[in-house]
Design a protein around this ligand. Structure first.
Ligand code: ZN
Length: 55
């Protein structure tokens, strides 16, 4: 089997931090994951502007 590599930076995996090479890359991956989780498909971050003009 090929040697496993860090999906973040491509360096050899460190057993302590697998499947990443370091705490840094683990944190980067977690950040990405949370970034995805915060993006909710049916809940836009900002409400759409009202169609009617200001009165
Ligand atoms: Zn890495």
């Amino acid at each position: 089997m090929p040697e496993p590599t860090c999906p973040i930076c491509g360096k050899p995996v460190t057993p302590r931090w697998r499947p990443f090479c370091s705490e840094r890359c683990t944190a980067i991956d977690l950040g990405r994951w949370f970034g995805e989780a915060y993006r909710m498909p049916d809940a836009p971050a900002e409400p759409p502007p009202p169609d009617k003009p200001e009165e």
